[in-house]
Design a binder for this molecule. Structure first.
Ligand SMILES: [Zn+2]
Ligand SMILES: [Zn+2]
Length: 377
């Protein structure tokens, strides 16, 4: 079965804002929640909605989806970097979590919610590369600041294991019962324990290095492989190189977004490269062979006699490699016939002689009708 468009799944437009996406997601998640829904294929629908929301609620993933569609996440895009474009965390999906979010507390205790493994957050960095580097790729070591496990307490947050006790307010459950008087009588509600914030634990002596956070800021040296053919705005994902996960959860990912500097010689257009080469009157009239720079080195190009200004010539296979297929585009050479602005006496003499013997160009009537149309006369 073909995968449905995520925007279509959530019933929102491509330009939908965060709030609109969230609102639609909530409505649909309630409608299809397998514990409450009577729809026949509620679970499949619910998963579909959840998946669409996972992508569209995440700025980075949404941008990838807008650019590459479902391919961005099915692992086949195959960008050169470590891990490439991978899938997203299906495994993170948790019914209990969503249930309590919508229906005011499920059956699980707050402490088990709080202490379940969580994926670390993603990091995004921009990397500026030259035009040549974008064609040939390169490897570069970059220093990236990340949150990693505290090397003193190894994520414990306490000086030692004996410095962690069950929370005195909630006795380790992570929740407290609050009684309140309402229009309908006395009610009891469970709230997250304010002392331990739901962890059920209390640290009596915090780790001196991380102040109880369990993580510390470190700078990691990471080798970044710039894929051949990458373009401005495209990115690679380095799985697991983001911030540290908590409670044994996986690390976040590192996204490198590339910015390609403009070249003085070449312009990239898709997988093709365009270059402009000036030639003289005489070269255009008589024909010649010129040396044309390509990113792969100089190439001889035959200019036939009678070449007009702005003529295009194609040099096959000398364009940019496609970032996915690695198939190279072509180089297009646009030749401009340049009118000389300064003539030495010898050149002047030759032009004067030429003007006496050459036939003046004929006025082209269809040319005049084009001019007329463009002025709407
Ligand atoms: Zn520590
Ligand atoms: Zn507590």
């Amino acid at each position: 079965m073909a995968k449905r468009d995520y925007y279509e799944v959530l019933g929102v437009s491509k330009g939908a804002g965060e709030d609109e996406i969230k609102k639609s997601y909530r409505t649909l998640a309630k409608k299809y929640h397998p514990d409450v829904s009577t729809e026949p294929d509620a679970e499949a629908k619910f998963k579909e909605v959840q998946e669409a929301y996972d992508i569209l609620s995440d700025k980075t993933k949404r941008a990838q989806y807008d650019q590459f569609g479902h391919q961005a996440f099915d692992g086949t895009a195959g960008f050169g970097g470590a891990g490439g474009f991978g899938g997203f965390g299906q495994g993170d999906f948790d019914f209990g979590d969503i249930f309590s979010a919508f229906f005011g507390g499920g059956s699980r205790s707050a402490a088990s919610e709080r202490n379940r493994p969580r994926k670390g957050s993603d990091i995004q960095r921009r990397m500026s590369i030259t035009f040549e580097e974008s064609i040939f790729g390169k490897k570069e070591k970059a220093k990236i600041p990340v949150y990693d496990e505290c090397h003193v307490c190894h994520g414990l947050g306490a000086e030692s294991k004996s410095d962690i006790k069950a929370c005195s307010q909630c006795h380790g459950t992570g929740t407290i019962v609050v009684e309140s008087q309402t229009l309908f009588g006395r009610t009891q509600t469970r709230r997250t324990c304010p002392t331990c914030h739901g962890t059920g634990k209390e640290i009596t002596k915090k780790c001196h290095n991380c102040n109880g956070e369990g993580v510390e800021r470190v700078t990691k040296e990471i080798e970044i492989k710039v894929p051949e053919g990458i373009e401005t705005g495209q990115q690679i994902r380095l799985e697991g190189f983001g911030n540290k996960g908590s409670n044994g959860g996986p690390n976040g990912d590192l996204y490198i977004v590339f910015e390609v500097k403009e070249s003085e010689t070449f312009i990239r257009q898709g997988d093709d490269i365009i270059i402009n080469i000036p030639i003289t009157f005489a070269q255009a009239a008589l024909g010649t062979e010129i040396e044309v720079p390509t990113v792969y080195g100089k190439v001889l190009l035959k200019i036939p006699s009678g070449t007009q200004s702005d003529s295009k010539f194609r040099i096959k296979g000398k364009g940019a490699p496609n970032v996915r297929s690695k198939v190279k585009g072509d180089q297009h050479v646009i030749v401009t016939v340049v009118t000389p602005t300064k003539l030495n006496s010898e050149q002047k003499r030759l032009f004067e002689r030429l003007v006496k013997v050459e036939d003046p160009p004929k006025t082209n009537t269809s040319f005049w009708s084009k001019i007329k149309n463009s002025f709407k006369m």
